[in-house]
Design a protein around this ligand. Sequence first.
Ligand code: MD6
Ligand code: FE
Length: 212
Amino acid sequence: MSDLFAAVAGGREEVRDGMVLLRGYADSIRLLPLIAAIADSAPFRRMATPGGRAMSVAMTNCGALGWISDARGYRYEATDPLTGAPWPPLPVPFAALATAAAAAAGFAGFAADACLINRYAVGTRLTAHQDRNETDFAHPIVSVSLGLPAAFFVTLDDRRGGRTRSVILEDGDVVVWGGPARLAFHGIREIKPGHHPLTGPYRYNLTMRRAG
Ligand code: MD6
Ligand code: FE
């Protein structure tokens, strides 16, 4: 695998075809308290993979639909299996950020109905995967990075073992992807030890989607 850094083009970086990085686009000081409030009613938990292992990354959701994994597979559900309650609503600032970032990247009219929130402790990672549990791949995904930095990798085609490009995602960075990148394999390499003034030893990631 070759790891190349994305080419810079006027503050908007094209990581690969169909994937635009907006550096420092999100304000973590405003977003982090909203995540804390969501986690009060829908706690972070390590979901089980279909194969029966616990994922290292802790997750929760907000919005009409939430992404879950368990012995029955990956899917979206309207209620939190931990509490039986609907997922907390998508905060207006999350929805507004997703719509604005998508428009800035060329996807006008994007309205998210699902937000997966990942929490990475030092040493955790997310192995290569495709996001393909949504109904309509014509919609983009808006990804927001908060707290500790992470090395994100994405394949340049739709093959799991294909050539990859890597980029370091830092606090406030937003990635919008769709079109030809929508089914690319991607993941997060092991989070390096560090301390972020707002999140301490954690990285958070929001992925806002139109799932239903
Ligand atoms: C992360 N992101 O940045 C992991 N998936 O923590 C993802 O898995 C991801 O950034 C779909 C779309 C955008 C993403
Ligand atoms: Fe993903």
